[in-house]
Each structure stands twice: as structure tokens, then as C-alpha cells.
Design a protein around this ligand. Structure first.
Ligand SMILES: [Mn+2]
Length: 352
């Protein structure tokens, strides 16, 4: 009935007279958008329920937390892992809620995630955040149990909650931390995407994945569309993707999806300099015994060449923003690593 009324809508709109092909494409687009909305409804409902639990300070909340970088893998995978625990027969995890480990207002820095969630009709305003900001629902990890997802070591600022860790699901190098306390839930394997490990859990319990295209996105992203030359993909990523694909309501070309997500992700010149510094940022602390202090260095990776960056923001603009950023973060130095095309040739540049 919805499709019929949509067709009626197009027939009654002035666009109807343009061309039959356009009409066909448009109604197809809206039909698939509708399907996405239906599929994403389960995720939206789950996220809303989680917000209510956190706000009501429900008993024994278990936070499934993504890492500080918060890429597609961390954000999407933590939602699906929490949703999995909510319905799992095997794992008895109390009140699982997903959470991002960065301020929700920084979500637009992840253009690919932000746009894809929008496209699928997922309400990002219902994401729970572990870092206080003006947006979203804040959750205090001091009073919650924790499942670390897409990382297996708490950041320095969260170390005080290390006794709360009850599980780890991750694809990074195993730091061998919290080993005893995570003996019931410790899944650490080197695969292209941590979302592969999440999808495997659904497969093992024969559980339906809501909106499976969303869980496929980080796997496609992290394995560079399963490209062996990139040395990211493993047989497990391929196999679980093939399983997820069976749940798609329409045929998806992973190559086209990868291209679209990457284009969104690398569209950084529409951000401010400060947003670019924050976007892919890592902090390193070095103990310097002679100075009897820690030296703090920040590294920001920017996916364009320095020339494009300077053209967009001017040298003064970049300098001023860097100065402000490193004062705010209390750094001794900041390094910007650029990777982009210079005269058509891929180049890497480092600016101190
Ligand atoms: Mn990851």
C-alpha cells in the first residue's frame, strides 16, 4: 500500500513529466528507503530503550563500549554487540547498552558513520556517550559493568574503572589485561573488523541480524572491500559477510558501498581545522626520567595532502588552530600526518 501511494505521489508531482526512467529510479529509491526504515526500526527501538534504562539508572547496567577513536567499526559494532547480548541465549549479560567513547557532538566528524546512519534512518541522537557533552545521554562507567569492544585496554582516564570490566570483544593485539575477570567473555582474534566477531556471534546462535547492511558496512570498510592486497581481510571476514548478505532485502554491490562510504569519510575539507585535528587523533605519553615528567604528543591523521589543506584553511589559519588545540589538550607537541594526492601522485607529509 505504501508503495502504491508513493507511486501516486510521483504520478501527481511535476517530476512525473520528466522521464519514465527517472520515475522508476525514484520510486525504487523511496521503496528501498522505506525498507531500510522498517529494518532500522528494531535498532531505533533498542537504542531508545537503552536511553531510558541509563536515565532511570537501572540496576546492573552493562556498557558495551567502543574505543576512543570511534570509527564505523566501534560505533556500529558496539550497537550490534549490545543488541546481541540483549537477545542471546548463551551469554547472560544484564541490561546491555551500547555506548560511544567520545562526545556525541563529535559524531559529524565521522562523516561516513553520520551519513550512513542518517540514510538508514537510525536516530543517532539516541546514542549513549561516556564523555559528557551538550548532546546525547551520558552514562557514568564508574557505576556500570563494562564490555570493551574494539579495544582491550581502557584509556588512562578510564583506568579507575578497570575492576568493572567483565568482557572483551576485540581484533587488536591482546594486551593480556583483565584476564581473570573476563574468563566468561573474552573474544580477541585478529580479523579485519571487530564487527566480524560480532556477526559471528549472531551466526553461532542463528539469530536474525536487524538491518544487516549496517553491520556489513564496517566489515567492508575495514577490509577495504575484501581487497587481499590491503592485507586486512581474513577468511573469517569474507565468510561472515557472505552469511550477512543472505539477510539483505536487496542486492548490494559492496564495491559501490565501499566507494560511497570512503568518499564520505575522506570529505574532510568541509570540516574546520580543529575538527580535522580531532577527527583521527591519538595521544602518546612518554616518561622522560631526566625531566621527571611525562611528555605528551598528539598525532592527527588527515586524509588529504598538505597542499590541499593549506589551500583550504591558509597557513595562518592552520597555525592558530594548532596552537589553540595543543594548549587545550596540554600537549608538548603536535604532529599532523597528511596522506593524499599531490599532483596526482599519492604522497605522505608530516607537519610538526
Ligand atoms: Mn576496529
Amino acid at each position: 500500500m505504501c508503495i502504491l501511494s508513493l507511486i501516486f505521489f510521483f504520478a501527481s508531482s511535476p517530476h512525473f513529466f520528466f522521464s519514465a526512467r527517472l520515475i522508476k529510479n525514484k520510486s525504487f529509491y523511496y521503496t528501498s528507503t522505506l525498507l531500510f526504515l522498517v529494518m532500522s526500526a528494531l535498532i531505533n527501538e533498542f537504542l531508545r530503550k537503552c536511553v531510558v534504562k541509563v536515565q532511570a539508572k537501572a540496576e546492573g547496567i552493562t556498557v558495551v563500549m567502543g574505543n576512543e577513536g570511534g570509527d564505523m567499526d566501534s560505533i556500529v559494532g558496539s550497537i550490534y554487540l549490545a543488541y546481541f547480548f540483549e537477545h542471546s541465549r548463551k551469554y547472560k549479560i544484564q541490561n546491555p547498552v551500547p555506548a560511544i567513547n567520545f562526545p556525541l557532538e563529535d559524531l559529524p566528524l565521522r562523516n561516513d558513520v553520520n551519513n550512513f546512519l542518517k540514510e538508514l534512518g537510525i536516530e543517532a541522537s539516541n546514542l549513549i556517550t561516556l564523555v559528557k557533552s551538550n548532546e546525547g545521554c551520558f552514562c557514568d562507567i564508574n557505576t556500570a559493568k563494562l564490555v570493551l569492544y574494539d579495544h582491550n585496554k581502557l584509556i588512562d582516564a578510564q583506568q579507575c574503572s578497570c575492576n568493572n570490566v567483565i568482557g572483551v570483544v576485540d581484533h587488536h593485539f591482546d594486551e593480556q589485561l583483565y584476564v581473570d575477570q573476563t574468563k566468561d567473555l573474552r573474544i580477541i582474534r585478529t580479523v579485519g573488523s571487530a564487527s566480524t566477531l560480532v556477526a559471528e556471534l549472531y551466526r553461532d546462535e542463528d539469530m536474525t541480524v536487524p538491518c544487516p547492511i549496517l553491520l556489513s558496512a564496517p566489515i567492508i570498510q575495514d577490509t577495504v572491500n575484501f581487497e587481499p592486497a590491503q592485507k586486512k581481510v581474513t577468511p573469517a571476514d569474507v565468510s561472515v559477510y557472505e552469511w550477512l548478505e543472505k539477510g539483505f532485502t536487496e542486492k548490494i554491490d559492496p564495491k559501490a558501498l565501499h566507494k560511497k562510504l570512503s568518499k564520505w569519510k575522506n570529505d574532510v575539507l568541509s570540516l574546520t581545522v580543529e575538527q580535522n585535528l580531532k577527527r583521527d587523533y591519538k595521544n602518546f605519553n612518554y616518561d622522560v626520567h631526566v625531566l621527571k615528567k611525562k611528555l605528551s604528543t598528539g598525532i592527527s591523521s588527515v586524509p588529504c595532502s598538505y597542499f590541499e589543506f593549506e589551500e583550504a584553511y591558509t597557513l595562518d589559519g592552520i597555525f592558530n588552530s594548532c596552537q589553540k588545540y595543543y594548549k587545550d589538550k596540554d600537549l608538548e607537541s603536535i604532529i599532523i600526518a597528511f596522506a593524499g594526492k599531490k599532483n596526482g601522485v599519492h604522497s605522505r607529509q608530516i607537519v610538526f
